[in-house]
Design a protein around this ligand. Sequence first.
Ligand code: TA6
Length: 294
Amino acid sequence: MLRHAAFCSLQTEAELECIQIEHPKFNAQLCLQGAQLTQFNSHESGPLLWLSPDAKFEKGKSVRGGIPICWPWFGAVEFNPKSVKENIPDSQGAHGFARNMLWQLHYLKESAHEVCIGLKLGHNKQTLEVWPFEFELICHYQLSNNLKVQLECKNLSKKDITLSQALHTYLPTPSIKNTLIQGAHNSQYIDALDGWKQKVQTGSVKISEEVDRIYLGHKNYRVIRDGKNLILNSNSHSSIIWNPWIKKSQWLSHYPDTGFESMLCIESANVLDDYISLAPGQTSQALSLELSAD
Ligand code: TA6
């Protein structure tokens, strides 16, 4: 498919194969590992994603930045509802296996207006050892001046499956101190840094310390920052806002000590009571996000 593509080519970045896209409206980098969009630069609005300056492109490890796909569980296994975690060995790390595995190119459609790329991951010996279900996972990217992502799963098993998931989006900001996140006023959230207490958000979210919060209910966010604002719309009924701040920045992998000053994560998710259940043969309503600037 790529051999005859007008805007896309396969490039090797360290240990990983990535699709490099040079389109009249944007350029982007999409790694086959994890189906991870690592870079997206709109010619109209500038970069819409943050990639760590210390990012490493290593086999079997998610790249620090862009949009890691957390699936079929989000966060630490023990963080999940019983029906999700009962199928996962405790030894497993955070955020599932999909972001560390090699996906296949499923389709590619190019036009002067946009590039649509689909990537697919299916069950295999490795996944079945960790998660005893047959599945087909497809991630659809629709890239133009802005970006749309849709993640859908088909249950190929003969039994119900339950899962949690997130599009773990890293967003750039010129200065975290001058950044406000609108869209969660009066919403309940779980504070992962304060004993998982349930709290209520008053006004915009400001980041002046480590923040790791799971917001409950459907949210669309506007990130007010120096320069163009970012708009992140999603169809999920849970979302996470995260910034590691000073202390955690010093031990996070492939992340500079000052990284917290120029990024934040807003993660479109289906977690806690918003987890996904699929009957045999059922396809999930896609977890979708649309990211733009204005
Ligand atoms: O989404 C927030 C979070 O769960 C944080 O607690 C932090 O661990 C972050 O994800 C990054 O996780 P990672 O495994 O990619 O380093």
